[in-house]
Design a protein around this ligand. Structure first.
Ligand code: PLP
Ligand code: COI
Length: 357
């Protein structure tokens, strides 16, 4: 499928773009264009195009506004020294989006078309890719139901779009350990639910807990397994790893209630490449607490596309505080290797990078 391109009639000025790129922040500024493909039952995907970024007209009865048939992905594009713009494991994002689509009764998008949509958008907005350390162009593919119908059934019309936003550190400023709030009032997912789908409703359901975290002076929320008391699941938008003094990495196993992070999968690979043992299993808060106290757990970190790899500092669980392990060596070193592969300064031995432009 080819993308028809309509250039923005009044693109952002060079001066304004440079101002944004000098301090990109996260998720507040967007490039001049968006890639779009529509889907209608019977006709399938059609109307692939790149058009000026701008508001979307929706019927007030559009199903997404009522029943939240929506999914999204998050990935980044990096400028390499060769001048090219490359993204990380895009087919994994395409596959995950299709898994999310199946769970949410939405149409499948061909992996190749998903990758083409990124190429089409980044092709026209390549000047928006920042080149500072830890900076990238955040790509947000998403799909939602547009059909105007209030009956509760899978919609018959959808739109798929990609928007792009220059991004620096998700948590702002320099890399420093983040403070985490353990929610006991809310759970994120249950068996048979949508925890492993990247669907807006999961994030909506996490916001009350996130607001409590902010009130407690924390950056993020840790969700626990609703069935096995004290087993850790993930943060609102990141997976979690514990590192032990004897060189093991421990992360909650994928049981359908946590998102299968592509960063998580990559960290597991990089750790195994170094000869570190990786354990995917149930991990309890008590194991974390005890481990930090007796020195067997030496580092804890969170990982995801937006956050890359971020050390976890203090963990607040009601009246108990689990002490910070600080920014450890394994965390720093795996982070440097992963960022190096993504930005083109470390050999891409697993063939993870895909050149977009
Ligand atoms: N967990 C949740 C709930 C997320 O939203 C994300 C971010 O996408 C992740 C984990 C990490 O996934 P990835 O590494 O693919 O970005
Ligand atoms: C990502 O890391 O891409 C995410 O989607 C996390 C968050 C911004 C929702």
């Amino acid at each position: 499928m080819t993308f028809d391109v309509t250039s923005h009639p009044e693109p952002t000025t060079e001066a304004r773009r440079q101002q944004i790129l000098a301090d990109p922040g996260f998720g507040t500024n967007f490039t001049d264009h968006t890639a779009v493909i529509d889907w209608t039952q019977g006709a399938g995907w059609h109307g692939a195009r790149v058009e000026p970024y701008g508001p979307i007209t929706l019927d007030p009865a559009a199903a997404v506004l009522h029943y939240a048939q929506e999914i999204f992905e998050g990935m980044k594009a990096y400028r390499h020294a060769n001048g090219g713009v490359h993204t990380f494991r895009p087919r994994e994002n395409a596959r995950r989006m299709n898994r999310s689509a199946r769970r949410m009764a939405m149409p499948q998008l061909d992996e190749e078309l998903f990758v083409q949509s990124l190429e089409a958008l980044v092709g026209i907005d390549a000047d928006w890719v920042p080149s500072g350390e830890g900076e990238a162009l955040y790509l947000r593919p998403f799909m939602f139901s547009t059909e105007a119908f209030l009956g509760v059934r899978p919609a018959r019309e959808f739109t798929y779009r990609v928007i792009a936003s220059p991004a620096g550190n998700y948590f702002g400023g320099e890399l420093k350990p983040v403070r985490i709030w353990v929610t006991r009032d809310f759970t994120r997912a249950a068996p048979g639910g949508t925890g492993d789908a990247k669907t807006g409703g999961n994030y909506a359901a996490s916001l009350a807990a996130q607001a409590q975290a902010t009130e407690k002076g924390c950056d993020q929320v840790l969700f626990l397994d609703p069935l096995h008391d004290n087993a850790i699941e993930e943060l609102g938008g990141m997976n979690v790893f514990l590192v032990t003094a004897d060189g093991r990495l421990i992360t909650p196993e994928l049981t359908g209630t946590i998102l299968e992070g592509i960063t998580r999968d990559s960290v597991i690979q990089l750790a195994r490449d170094r000869g570190l043992q990786v354990e995917e299993r149930r991990v309890t808060l008590d194991e974390w607490d005890r481990g930090v106290q007796d020195g067997t757990v030496t580092e804890v970190f969170a990982c995801g596309t937006a956050a890359v790899i971020t050390p976890i500092g203090e963990l607040l669980d009601g009246d108990r505080t689990i002490a910070s392990t600080g920014t450890g060596e394994v965390t720093q070193s795996i982070r440097a290797e992963l960022l190096g592969i993504q930005t083109g300064t470390v050999a891409d031995r697993h063939g993870w990078m895909h050149r977009l432009v």
